[in-house]
Design a protein around this ligand. Structure first.
Ligand code: NAD
Length: 538
């Protein structure tokens, strides 16, 4: 039973009242877990234990797949895809729009599962069904337009006709992380299905249940059996098995893993999109609305406890407003509420694991030991749950500190004073990443000029990340070490297609005709080339 839907069958036993009880445990009904895990193609007989970060107690045991299971997943997927590619695009769009409605209808169950598996605050979990509904509606309304064949000019005007077609790759492997377990497991795969592909998905081991609920929703929406198969297991085994068989890989995760995957895809000469890490910067210019910038910074730094690829970890603030901005930002941060609950109570939840907590503690402790000042937070909170850490603002961070250039992926930000816009731009472009950036300024035209000089795949003006991420027609992805390829928009769908050019030649053929010598042919063609240039032809 969820906090906001008391009619539904109980899914979870455990504390959900705002008064947190750290001693109590959450438990999923065994029947519910087995209904979801039955979707995994897994015959090893081995299981992997999933814990809930809310209380650190076991939540489920996930069956693990073998290499033979992955082989079988691809065999089934290829059969399903051959039928699917002949399914009219209008029907594919209809199923996506049905998924949109189902996600909104079953929202409470989705939110419960996300919170249980990830430990995030319910309001941050809500971003996930929201994003999947937006994605389903977007591709449900635009796939026919994106996939339509295009006529392009041929070499000989009127006599050479060119049709450019977009054909599906075949079976796409989707390897996804744990931080947005519903969004990341589904969003990229929806575009792959829309383009006429089948998907073999390997979600992260920590958040399999949410990903499996996504697979159940796809089936309920009417997508054919075997078009979306889920396998489970360690990335270096099951992920590698997928890469060895797929026609394209969509990977979201760390830059280190992305590099390994990119190499393996290159060996097989298959394409891949790599959505990787970031160390995203926000610029607060001298003419910024300070309250608005402080609100945006609080959301951008601490959403999903900082475990968000587009979250802000570096803040460059104009000297003129530095003290006022930092005062408001610190006050907002100190007012945030933290806690472990399924209810809509808190401003921030838990980190997902001991690993994430260890990294966060190490980054803050290293910075403090080397002279950084803690303006807010700075401590783990085991009293709230095993992996809680306070929202933390650091000042005086310098290059020898780990968190200066390395992604923390936790609720920690460094604030820096800058004395000019040039300095802000230069420092925002520092480092190896380039995923997202934000600019706060009342002069939006000027901010757009500055945006063109920032080396990142998305730039949000007077917003931190949500405006670009939720605008589904806008491509999203990374410059530099933040990745290659784009999700969302036409680009996010066409990456899963092969572009085919079909040339139809009429009347004249290529080469000498009517007894013409090779030399006369060359002279005629030379004249024709000069004429086409003079006519302005491309
Ligand atoms: P990770 O690279 O450790 O794991 C991501 C996925 O890859 C998991 O499913 C994992 O099992 C699998 N994997 C691990 N090793 C593999 C291998 N050798 N071969 C194949 N698959 C393998 O990443 P993580 O730490 O779980 O996720 C956090 C990172 O993801 C952060 O750096 C974050 O910025 C990034 N991220 C990026 C985006 C984006 O859109 N750019 C979105 C979310 C997260």
């Amino acid at each position: 039973m969820s906090a906001s839907n008391s009619d539904r069958q109980p899914l979870v036993d455990g504390p959900r009242d705002p008064e947190h009880d750290p001693a109590a445990s959450y438990a999923l009904e065994p029947g519910y877990v087995s209904r979801l895990t039955a979707r995994i193609l897994a015959t090893s007989g081995e299981t992997h234990e999933v814990l809930s970060p809310l209380d650190g107690a076991p939540l489920a045991h996930i069956p693990q797949s073998t290499d033979a299971d992955v082989e079988e997943a691809f065999r089934r997927a290829r059969i399903a895809q051959e039928k699917w590619v002949r399914t009219p695009v209008a029907e594919r769009e209809r199923l996506l729009l049905r998924l949109h409605d189902l996600v909104l209808d079953r929202q409470d169950e989705i939110l419960d599962l996300i919170v249980l598996e990830s430990g995030k605050a319910r309001k941050h979990a809500f971003d996930e069904p929201l994003h999947i509904a937006l994605t389903a509606r977007y591709y449900g309304r635009t796939t026919a337009k994106h996939l339509a064949s295009e006529r392009r000019p041929g070499v000989i005007p009127a006599l050479t006709r060119i049709d450019v077609n977009h054909l599906p790759k075949g079976v796409v492997g989707v390897i996804s992380p744990w931080n947005y377990p519903f969004t990341m497991a589904l969003c990229d795969g929806l575009a792959a299905l829309a383009a006429g592909n089948a998907v073999v998905a390997k979600p992260d081991a920590q958040t399999m249940l949410t990903a499996l609920l996504g697979a159940e929703l796809l089936e309920q929406a009417g997508f054919p059996k075997d078009l979306w198969t889920v396998v489970a297991g360690p990335g270096d085994k099951v992920g590698t098995s997928i890469i060895q068989r797929a026609d394209y890989i969509c990977f979201t995760g760390s830059t280190a893993t992305g590099k390994l995957i990119g190499k393996q895809c290159a060996e097989r000469v298959i394409g891949c999109s790599l959505e990787l890490g970031g160390k995203n910067a926000m610029l607060v210019l001298a003419d910024a609305d300070i309250e608005r910038a402080a609100e945006g910074a609080t959301r951008a730094v601490f959403s999903n406890t900082g475990q968000l690829c587009v979250s802000i970890e570096r803040l460059y603030v104009a000297d003129e407003i530095y003290d006022r901005f930092v005062g408001r930002f610190v006050a907002r941060t100190q007012a945030m509420t933290l806690g472990a609950t399924l209810a809509w109570e808190n401003d921030m939840g838990s980190l997902i694991s001991q690993n994430q907590l260890d990294t966060t503690v190490a980054h803050v402790d290293d910075a403090v030991a080397k002279g950084a000042r803690v303006l807010a937070g700075g401590k783990a909170r085991p009293d709230l749950g095993p992996f809680f850490y306070e929202p933390t603002i650091l000042e005086g961070v310098s290059p020898e500190m780990t968190c200066f250039g390395t992604e923390t992926f936790g609720p920690v930000v460094s604030v820096y004073r800058v004395t000019s816009e040039e300095e802000a731009i230069e420092r925002a472009n520092d480092g190896e990443y380039g995923l997202n950036a934000a600019i706060y300024s009342r002069d939006t035209a000027r901010a757009r000029t500055i945006a063109a000089r920032i080396k990142s795949g998305t730039v949000n003006i007077n917003e931190a990340f949500a405006a670009s991420f939720a605008s589904l027609d806008a491509p999203m992805g990374g410059f530099r070490q933040s990745g290659t390829g784009r999700r969302q928009g036409a680009e996010g769908l066409l990456r899963y297609t092969e572009t085919q050019s079909v040339a139809t030649q009429r009347l004249l053929r290529f080469g000498p005709m009517f007894g013409m010598s090779d030399e006369s042919y060359a002279k005629t063609m030379t004249l024709a080339l000069r004429a086409l240039k003079a006519l302005g032809r491309a």
